[in-house]
Design a protein around this ligand. Structure first.
Ligand code: XIL
Length: 481
C-alpha cells in the first residue's frame, strides 16, 4: 500500500495517490502490523492525505544523520518544517551574506520523500543575528525587505508556505518589541507580508505564534490583526497555531478559535505540536497525551480551512523540549528509540485509521509455531496498565530468560473479561479478547538471550481494568517480574 502510494506520488498522480490512500483505509485492518518504519499500521501521512490534509514534522540538519529518525520521518510525514535552517541567524548571519546550504539540505530531504516544506521563518525577534539590532533604525526596513526578498526568491516554487512573521505578540496581546517593531512600528507586519508576496506569489503567507490556540487576549489580538490586514488588502493566507502544550492543557476553546480564524477567510495550521510532561513520564501522563493528540487532530479536521498538523520534531530523542523546559520531555508521538507511543496510535485513530486488531494473516511468516518452543526458553513479564473511564493502555515487557536467542516470538496471554483490544504497537495482537496472541513485527523479531521486548495495546473495557494474565513466550509459561 505505502509502496503504491509512493509510486503514485512519484508519477505525479495526486488523484491516484489519494485513491490508493482511500482504498488503504478499507484495507488498513489487514495491513496493521506490517507497515513501514515507525508504525504498526497505515502511515499518518497516508491517513491525513485521504482526508485532504497533511501530517508534518520539524527536521533539522543534524537529524539528517540519524537513519532511524529519517526512516520514520519519510514514512510517516508528508510536510517538513526546517527546525532552524531557514532562520535569520543561519541564512544571513552577516549583512547580505546569505547561506542557504542547510535549508537546501532540508528541502532535498523533503523532495526525496515526496514531502512538502513549510518555510520557517522570515522575520522573528529570536535567532536573529545582532547586526540587525545594531542597525540605525532608518536602515532596518531595507534590511528586512532584502532578507525576505532574497530568501523567498531562493526558495521560490519549493515551499508550500512561509511563516512570514513569527511570534509577533506578547501574552497580553500587545505587539512585542523587536528591531522591526522598534524601527517601523506595527506596520512592519504588513510590509513583510507584501514583500514576501511580491517575491513568491504562490507561497501561502502565514503569521505564526504560540499560546493562541484557545481564545484569550493573545489570540484576540491575532484575530484583530488578521481581520485588519484582510480589510486593508494585505496578503495574508494563514495563521499558525504553534501548539506547544502541557499534558491535559489543550484549551477547550481550541476548535471555536480555529473556526473564528477560518471565518476571516484564512487557513489555519497546527504548526509545532508537542505535548510535554515531567520526566520520567508516568503512564497516566502518556495516556493523557494520547487523548490530547486526538483532541488536537480532531479539532483541526473539524474545520475545513485547518489544512494540517505538524509536530515539532520526530521523536522524544530529538525534541527541543528537554533543552527548553527543564524537567520536561516525552512530548512527541515517538519514544527515545523511535517506537510509536500511545499518542501515535491515538493520532492515527483520530485521522481515521482502523481501530480493529490486526488480522492473523498479517503475522510475519518468520514467526515460529508456539507449539514448538526453542529449547532452553523461559521468560519473565512485566505489565503496566493505565485506565480511564472506558479505555485503557497496557504496556508489556517480556524478557527472554532462556539460554537461546529467539528469531521470532509469540506471547500468549489472557485478557480480563470485558476488555477488547482496539489497537496495538510493536506487535500484532489477535483476537481482540479472551486468550490473545501477540506476535513480533519484522523489525523486532530478534529477542536475544537475556533481552527484552516491549509492546502494548489500547483496549476498551467494561469496568475490569486489571492487567492481562497467564503469559507464555513461544509456548513456555512466564513468571512475573
Ligand atoms: C526552536 C528549535 O527547535 C530549537 O532547536 C532552537 O534552539 C530554538 O527554537 N517556536 C518556534 C520554533 O517558532 O522556531 C522554535 O524552535 C520553537 C518555538
Amino acid at each position: 500500500m505505502a509502496a503504491q502510494l509512493r509510486a503514485a506520488r512519484r508519477r505525479g498522480h495526486a488523484l491516484a495517490a489519494l485513491a490508493v490512500a482511500a482504498a488503504g483505509g478499507l484495507l488498513a485492518a489487514a495491513t496493521l502490523g506490517s507497515g513501514p518504519a515507525g508504525a504498526a499500521g497505515t502511515p499518518l501521512r497516508d491517513l491525513a492525505e485521504a482526508k485532504g490534509s497533511y501530517f508534518g514534522t520539524a527536521v533539522t540538519q543534524s537529524n539528517l544523520g540519524n537513519s532511524t529518525l529519517t526512516a520514520v520521518a519519510g514514512a510517516q510525514f508528508d510536510m517538513v518544517t526546517p527546525g532552524n535552517e531557514m532562520k535569520w541567524d543561519t541564512t544571513e548571519s552577516s549583512a547580505s551574506n546569505f547561506n542557504f546550504g542547510p535549508g537546501d539540505q532540508i528541502v532535498s530531504f523533503a523532495k526525496a520523500h515526496s514531502m512538502r516544506v513549510r518555510g520557517h521563518t522570515l522575520v522573528w525577534h529570536s535567532q536573529l543575528p545582532s547586526w540587525v539590532g545594531n542597525l540605525p533604525k532608518t536602515q532596518v526596513q531595507a534590511a528586512m525587505e532584502n532578507h525576505i526578498t532574497t530568501q523567498t526568491t531562493h526558495y521560490k516554487g519549493q515551499v508550500y508556505s512561509w511563516d512570514v512573521v513569527n511570534e509577533p505578540f506578547n501574552e497580553d496581546g500587545s505587539l512585542r518589541t523587536s528591531p522591526f517593531y522598534n524601527a517601523m512600528g506595527s506596520g512592519y507586519i504588513a510590509d513583510a507580508l507584501r514583500t514576501a508576496r511580491a517575491a513568491d506569489p504562490n507561497a501561502k503567507l502565514y503569521l505564526n505564534d504560540y499560546n493562541i490556540e484557545g481564545t484569550n487576549a493573545k489570540s484576540d489580538a491575532m484575530y484583530q490583526l488578521v481581520s485588519s490586514l484582510k480589510s486593508q488588502g494585505v496578503p495574508i493566507d494563514g495563521v499558525g497555531l504553534e501548539s506547544h502544550f502541557i499534558v491535559g492543557q489543550v484549551p477547550s476553546t481550541m476548535k471555536a478559535n480555529i473556526q473564528r480564524f477560518a471565518a476571516l477567510g484564512v487557513d489555519v495550521a497546527i504548526t509545532e505540536l508537542d505535548d510535554r510532561m515531567q520526566v520520567p513520564a508516568s503512564a497516566a501522563n502518556l495516556a493523557q497525551q494520547a487523548t490530547d493528540y486526538a483532541t488536537v487532530i480532531s479539532n483541526c479536521l473539524a474545520v475545513s480551512r485547518c489544512v494540517g498538523v505538524s509536530q515539532w520534531g520526530v521523536g522524544d530523542a530529538d525534541s527541543w523540549i528537554p533543552g527548553a523546559f527543564s524537567g520536561y520531555g516525552a512530548a512527541t508521538m515517538y519514544d527515545n528509540t523511535y517506537q510509536p507511543k500511545a499518542s501515535y496510535t491515538s493520532a492515527a485513530t483520530a485521522l481515521g485509521g482502523a481501530a480493529g486488531s490486526p488480522s492473523p494473516s498479517s503475522s510475519p511468516s518468520s514467526s515460529p509455531s508456539p507449539s514448538t518452543p526453542p529449547s532452553g526458553s523461559g521468560c519473565k513479564v512485566g505489565t503496566q496498565v493505565s485506565a480511564w473511564n472506558t479505555g485503557l493502555t497496557e504496556n508489556i515487557t517480556v524478557t527472554n530468560t532462556g539460554g537461546s536467542a529467539l528469531n521470532g516470538w509469540s506471547v500468549k496471554f489472557t485478557l480480563p473479561g470485558g476488555q477488547s483490544v482496539s489497537s496495538a504497537w510493536n506487535a500484532t495482537v489477535s483476537p481482540a479478547s479472551g486468550q490473545v496472541t501477540a506476535t513480533n513485527l519484522p523489525y523486532n523479531a530478534a529477542l536475544p538471550a537475556g533481552g527484552s521486548v516491549s509492546f502494548g495495546f489500547n483496549a476498551d473495557h467494561t469496568g475490569n481494568t486489571a492487567a492481562a494474565t497467564g503469559f507464555s513466550l513461544n509456548g513456555v509459561a512466564c513468571t512475573a517480574g
